[in-house]
Design a binder for this molecule. Structure first.
Ligand code: BGC
Length: 251
């Protein structure tokens, strides 16, 4: 059964944010709460934070969606490029459901952001093949065709010129190497041209924290496909996780 107020949790490297979500509008149903991600961010430590976070919302009883920055298949985490290795092989749906007593569904972070942008954000109402990329510590990707998500595409790990693409083109590479916007845009051009070759998408959407500076670099990316900034910004994870949980609970 579809619930109107599922809860979304965005689990990231520095913060764990959560709020109930109004699926009619894609807005938070109450003010979002943020906790610091524990220094040792093992699944068990993170589960404790989720319990504390959910306790702040005693009225909320719908399903809970949780973003994880790794491959998630049927609730089990299969990769951990930028998180504690102990996540690999963890049945996160089960662990979090047992810890919180709620119906929890875990989803890849970029897939969650993609679902949210296509439903409520920059790509709302757009048909065709849409690739949402999140440029942060890593590069996340969501591949969506006519509103249907193909999960876990992990296009940040394409090998380009012998490098794992995200190590060269993520926002963390720009910061680490102190790249100018122009230099970074060159790397992004190479990255998005590779995606164009592989998928011939109708639209690219660029999310992640740095998308708030999109006017500095988007127009410098020299590709044929339309490329636009995501609009939900730091709401996308929470909203997409909640949306995912409400639909996972339906099946
Ligand atoms: C991970 C992806 C994740 C992305 C963004 C990559 O390193 O492999 O699963 O979506 O970072 O967080």
């Amino acid at each position: 059964m579809r619930t109107t107020r599922p809860f979304g949790i965005d689990f990231g490297g520095t913060g764990i944010k959560g709020a109930p979500v109004d699926l009619g509008t894609g807005d938070f149903g109450a003010e979002r709460v943020r906790f610091k991600t524990p220094a040792e961010s093992t699944p068990a430590a993170v589960a404790e934070v989720f319990v504390e976070l959910l306790a702040q919302f005693p009225e909320s009883d719908g399903p809970v969606g949780v973003t994880v920055p790794g491959v998630v298949r049927h609730g089990v985490v299969h990769s951990a490029a930028n998180i504690d290795e102990s996540w690999i092989g963890t049945d996160a749906d089960r662990l979090f459901t047992e810890a919180t007593g709620r119906d929890v569904h875990v989803v890849n972070d970029a897939d969650a952001a993609g679902l949210a942008e296509v439903r409520y954000g920059a790509a709302a109402g757009r048909k065709g093949v849409i690739i949402v990329t999140t440029l942060g510590t890593g590069i996340g990707s969501a591949l969506i065709n006519d509103g249907v998500l193909v999960p876990n595409t992990e296009l940040g790990h394409l090998e380009i010129d012998g490098h794992d693409a995200e190590t060269r083109a993520a926002n963390s590479a720009r910061e680490r190497e102190d790249l100018s916007w122009e230099k970074w845009a060159k790397r992004l051009t190479k990255y998005y041209r590779t995606l164009e070759l592989l998928f011939s998408p109708d639209l690219f959407l660029v999310g992640g924290g740095v998308s708030k500076h999109s006017e500095e670099f988007l127009s410098l990316i020299d590709i044929q496909t339309e490329i636009i900034p995501a609009t939900l910004l730091n709401r996308a994870g929470v909203v997409g996780a909640a949306l995912y949980a409400s639909e996972a609970g339906d099946s």
